[in-house]
Design a protein around this ligand. Structure first.
Ligand code: BGC
Length: 812
């Protein structure tokens, strides 16, 4: 009892400690200078190019002679990003929507603005930013009366109605007014404004997709719909750029917008506390809608309008399994603009059943002048879209295959508009890669999954696990190098080639090996700039004496989260909607300069979990419902950071698709859906950009926590994909025994799985204690952790440190 009480007290104290950090970060926001102004135009461009124009009946762009009446308090109390580790950046400033409009020359209805300014500054209306896990999802609207709106309509040419939503880590969006649904006050605002104004544009300042079904109620009275996402510190400027047409809208939806929440394939199996059956299987987002429910879509995946028009013509060839597509994009309208060409592939149904279309490649044009054309050459290998047979129904269990039949290639400006340009027949089924079964559903957890049988949605039992993992692990135990004791070698000697990694590691005592597989202990490590997320590598004096420097980590996807002023970037979804990997790489190359300035070596970004359901509280950090787009965007972020000499740590590997009970929840998902959807983005990113590190997720996958998951971290990540970097936990981990080796606990299972470092270090709920370290408990015992395994993890950590900018310090 006493121990329990003690633990509870420690837990609460630790929690307060983290909240103190959050509080300081929030309080310290909006001040200080940026390290380099060079990032500003990039952040602005990325925010602008991610904005998606969903509808426009000649309402936009705002003309220079127009006066705009701006409704909605979010125009002032702008949500620049969501909350939590992926949002709480100490930003230098935020350009809100009204300031953005005014500073960019839009004449704004001042009387209306005054009314909003006065109302929002009253103490009872000042936005309450809440605290960790209890942040606002919206700010209550200013009540409007007919008179005010009528007067504004008499004074102004058009109305902009801003709807704002925020989400955050550690909790979900809610299927309630003020979160997924509009509030009564927002509906009233829309009713009044559409009744009085002829030209009305609604602007969605939201990090994730919310209900848009209400738009139908207004028909043509709602002339324009803009999904602006959350644009970071430059958000207001970026929105003004798009609304005035100085940037012609060119963002495309990275998620389908469905007619209703209930229409979503995940709706029946999302947000449950203990486990969620991914019954929709591979039919996530547009893969579901285009195959089974095309009527239930409001705006299709990839959709986005422009103020000009484009014609897309394409032709292609297939040779073997390689597809080359030439796309000619012509600007057929009157304004300059950019277009995104999207290539989709439709695979033959075969015996496995397939989605109607799958995104296979995309490319964005330069800005095209009216009449101008550009050719985009897009290519891909059909093998990269091979289906995975997890049941053996094709006769090729655990293999990726291209089933015989017709392959159709489509090109267009969204998944719906894409037209068939060629078809190619494979006479024989081709096994493209033979793999072994991993992470299959446990027999006791079997459920029914969605399968396409000739266009019909059918539910069948998901295949269950058949492997003997214990045996696989034992057969693949690494060789040890005999312990030599300190021979005076330094890590720099490995870098300089005067000794091997094995020789260096052979000097390390078991307790030093143990230290290497833990972060230093706490967030805001004293070894780095205040507000960092923790340190790893040279975390003790004896390790530092061997020339191992500490590598400093910091969040996160929307900018560096420190107790220092750093740029606040557009949210991940906004970046994905740019469909511009080069631009995204440039943004993160600029972030790398800020990291260098503050001595941060590893950015805990990007987040690339799949948007399985719009209620996921962290969707704003992530990119898309599609694994190719997610993987390419993530590779761009990693590439941008790493070319500049810093390290990226993409996360959360894998299936962190909800925040409810995120540390304990079990994502139950077929091996096919894992491989074709949830691991696929990570696979693309790892193969294209070789990240220096990867962070595992909090949740379980088919009963096994990711931080103990040998199949995930050793067999798939390293074995199949050739990852040579460092795997770290998400912050803290759950205590558990290994199912295969019941004597192995906590750290020992983790190291056996090759999830190398527990972050931020201790095993207490907030990493502030070393109690319960279990690595060495079974060392030297039957089936216990081996020296070879500890050395293997140490080498993973040290190889990372050698690549890390932290190493520069040692050389100096
Ligand atoms: C989040 C991670 C984050 C880490 C460090 C965790 O709560 O899930 O995404 O990088 O904290 O702040």
């Amino acid at each position: 009892m006493g121990r329990l009480l003690n633990r509870m007290i420690r837990y609460i104290l630790a929690k307060l400690d983290k909240n103190d950090l959050e509080q300081e970060l929030i309080e310290g926001a909006l001040g200080g200078q940026l390290v380099s102004e060079a990032i500003v135009p990039l952040a602005r461009r990325a925010a602008a190019e991610g904005i998606v124009l969903l509808k426009n009946n000649n309402v936009l762009p705002i003309q220079s002679t127009d006066n705009a009446a701006v409704f909605g308090r979010t125009a002032i109390n702008y949500f620049a990003v969501g909350y939590g580790s992926g949002g709480n950046v100490q930003k230098p400033y935020v350009i809100n929507i009204v300031d953005g409009l005014i500073e960019n020359g839009v004449s704004v209805n001042r009387e209306l603005l005054d009314a909003y300014t006065q109302w929002t500054s009253k103490s009872k209306n000042v936005p309450d930013e809440g605290f960790w896990g209890h942040w606002p999802m919206n700010f209550p609207e200013m009540p409007l009366n007919e008179q005010l709106v009528r007067k504004a309509a008499a004074q102004s040419d058009l109305a902009l109605v801003i709807i704002g939503r925020a989400a955050g880590e550690d909790r979900e969006n809610k299927l309630k007014q003020g979160s997924y649904y509009l509030t009564d006050a927002e509906r009233r605002m829309l009713n009044l404004v559409t009744a009085e104004f002829r030209r009305v544009a609604v602007v969605m300042d939201c990090g994730n997709v919310i209900d848009m079904g209400w738009t139908a109620d207004y028909g043509d009275k709602l002339g324009a719909i803009v999904y602006a996402w959350q644009g970071g510190m430059e958000g207001g400027n970026a929105l003004a750029d798009v609304l005035t047409g100085s940037v012609n809208p060119c963002g495309k939806l990275s998620d389908t917008i469905a007619v209703s929440y209930e229409a979503l394939p995940s709706a029946a199996n999302f947000g449950k506390k203990e486990f969620n059956n991914y019954a929709e299987d591979i039919y996530v987002g547009y893969r579901y809608f285009e195959t089974f429910a095309s009527d239930e879509v409001l705006y299709p995946f990839g959709f986005g309008l422009s103020y000009t028009s484009f014609e897309i013509q394409a032709s292609g060839t297939v040779s073997g399994t390689k597809v080359e597509v030439s796309v000619i994009v012509q600007n057929t309208g009157k304004l300059a603009g950019k277009e995104v060409a999207q290539v989709y592939v439709s695979l033959p149904q075969g015996v496995l059943g397939k989605p109607e279309k799958v995104l296979a490649a995309f490319g964005k044009t330069e800005e095209l002048q009216p009449g101008e054309t550009q050719e985009l050459n897009l290519s891909f290998d059909l093998c990269d879209f091979a289906s995975y047979d997890d049941s053996g129904i094709t006769g090729h269990k655990s293999a990726y295959l291209l089933e015989k039949g017709q392959y159709r290639i489509y090109v267009g400006s969204d998944v719906r508009a894409a037209r068939e340009i060629l078809s190619h027949t494979l006479d024989e089924t081709l096994v493209t890669r033979q793999r072994s079964e991993v992470m299959a559903v446990k027999p006791e957890a079997v459920f029914q999954r969605l399968v396409n049988r000739g266009g019909k949605a059918v539910y069948e039992d998901v295949p269950i696990a058949t492997t003997d993992l214990k045996n696989i692990i034992l057969q693949n135990l690494p060789q040890k190098t005999s312990f030599t004791g300190d021979t005076g070698l330094k890590l720099l000697d490995v870098k300089n080639g005067t000794c091997t990694m094995e020789q260096f590691v052979a000097q390390l005592r078991p307790d030093e090996l143990d230290d290497l597989c833990h972060g230093e202990g706490k967030m805001s490590s004293k070894l780095g700039t205040p507000g960092n997320a923790g340190a790893l590598g040279g975390v003790t004096k004896s390790l530092r004496e061997k020339g191992i420097p500490p590598a400093i980590t910091a969040d996160g996807p929307a900018g560096i989260r420190l107790k220092r002023t750093c740029s606040l970037l557009p949210c991940g979804t906004a970046l994905a909607c740019t469909f511009d990997t080069e631009l995204v790489a440039q943004v993160y190359a600029a972030v790398a300069e800020e990291m260098k300035h503050y001595g941060v070596h590893m950015l805990l970004a990007p987040g690339l979990n799949i948007h399985r359901d719009p209620l996921c509280g962290r969707n704003f950090e992530y990119f898309s419902e599609d694994p190719l787009l997610s993987g390419k965007m993530a590779a761009a972020v990693v590439g941008g950071l790493q070319k500049a000499g810093l390290s990226a740590c993409p996360k959360h590997f894998a299936c962190n698709n909800q925040e409810t009970n995120r540390n304990k929840n079990d994502s139950r998902v077929s091996e096919r859906a894992l491989r074709e959807i949830y691991l696929k983005g990570f696979e693309i990113m790892v193969k294209e950009s070789a990240p220096h590190a990867v962070m595992t997720s909090y949740n379980k996958i088919n009963g096994v926590w990711s931080h103990y998951n040998y199949e995930l971290a050793t067999m798939v990540l390293r074995g199949e994909w050739g990852f040579e970097g460092l795997a770290i936990t998400d912050w803290w981990m759950q205590k558990a025994l290994s199912p295969e080796f019941p004597s192995l606990e906590n750290d020992a299972c983790r190291v056996r799985a090759q999830v190398d470092v527990l972050m931020p270090g201790g095993d207490g709920p907030f990493g502030d204690t070393k109690v319960g370290r279990k690595l060495l408990d079974t060392y030297g015992k039957p089936e216990g952790i081996t020296l070879g395994e500890m050395q293997r993890t140490a080498a993973n950590v040290l190889r990372h440190v050698l690549l890390s900018a932290a190493m520069g310090k040692t050389e100096a």
